[in-house]
Ligand binder design. Structure first.
Ligand code: NDP
Length: 280
């Protein structure tokens, strides 16, 4: 089984970002990372994103707010960031606390700064197959892993486990744009193992530690693991039981070291493109 490493895909995206930056004369693009509270997974994602922006020659600034901030106060603060001409692009770490209306923030977000595709304009573009906006970074990262490794998508049966608005649904649209035949699975899917085995490309985005074992993987499948979970010992793991698919899958992404590194690289590319006015 070939292990598809995220670092190699990320390096290719870095070269692309450098070309974009060479052609843009303005200031260094700046990312605003907006966080409410101090959830460990948010802090870890934030650290990773900050490091990646720096490594790609971009700037990033964290805007952290206390968990106790009111809905009205947060909207006021978000408005300032959204309208700040020094801010090229924005990443809001989600989910926001329950007392803050996420939908309002999505609606307020300037589509030209919306690097993770949460605004209605960018979502509509993804669903319309219009690539002029910003798709959710993780969904785009999956397609990037396939393309960067020369894995054909057109005409292939792609099976996605998960139908969230950040991964499953937008990914279904992106793969369909690449002419895959897409099946989207969820908790009510009957015969999940059989449906997954039918996939020539299998994407796991359920958020269930090591749920997809060898029984879910057809011979020669390409398995992309989006999951970020902790196993019984608190160790980081994906949705795929990596060892048990050995001998079945032809290729697979590991966790850690797979899609996660590509997601932040895609975020960096979106930031560089936002500086050129993409997504406006
Ligand atoms: P959500 O919890 O929003 O969605 C999970 C989806 O998986 C739902 O559609 C759910 O179905 C489905 N699902 C859950 N359990 C099962 C099951 N037993 N059988 C079939 N379907 C199931 O998660 P996200 O989409 O936000 O994230 C998914 C995973 O990806 C998480 O591990 C998350 O940490 C990770 N992630 C990784 C990123 C990266 O950069 N690598 C970025 C974002 C997320 P239903 O709709 O029926 O409830």
């Amino acid at each position: 089984m070939i292990v598809l490493k995220g670092a190699e895909v990320s390096a290719k995206i870095k070269a692309e970002v450098q070309r974009i930056l060479e052609n843009s004369e303005g200031q260094v693009p700046r990312l605003a990372i907006v966080r409410v509270g101090e959830r460990p997974d948010d802090l870890s994602y934030e650290r990773g994103a900050m490091k990646k922006m720096e490594a790609f020659g971009l700037e990033a600034k964290s805007y952290g707010f206390p968990e106790t901030i009111s809905d009205a106060e947060f909207k006021e603060e978000f408005k300032k960031i959204n309208e700040d001409p020094e801010v090229t692009g924005i990443l809001v770490l989600k989910p926001l606390p329950k007392h803050i209306c996420e939908r309002d923030i999505e609606n307020m977000m300037d589509p030209g700064k919306d690097l993770d595709g949460i605004s209605p304009v960018n979502i509509a573009k993804v669903f319309a197959g219009d690539s002029s906006g910003f798709a959710p970074c993780t969904a785009e990262a999956v397609v990037e892993v396939l393309k960067a490794n020369g894995i054909p998508i057109a005409g292939k049966r792609a099976v996605i486990v998960g139908r969230s608005m950040v991964v499953g649904k937008p990914l279904a649209m992106l793969l369909m744009k690449e002419n895959a035949t897409v099946t989207v699975c969820h908790t009510k899917t009957v015969d999940l193992p059989g449906t997954c085995r039918n996939g020539e490309i299998l994407v796991a985005a359920a958020g269930r530690a090591k749920m997809l074992d060898g029984e879910y993987v057809g011979p020669g499948a390409v398995v992309i693991d989006v999951g970020i979970n902790a196993d019984g010992n608190g160790k980081l793991c994906g949705d795929v039981d990596f060892e048990s698919i050995e001998g079945k899958a032809a290729m697979a992404t590991p966790v850690p070291g797979g899609v996660g590194a590509v997601t932040t690289a895609v975020l960096a590319r979106h930031l560089a493109l936002a500086a050129l006015g993409a997504g406006q």
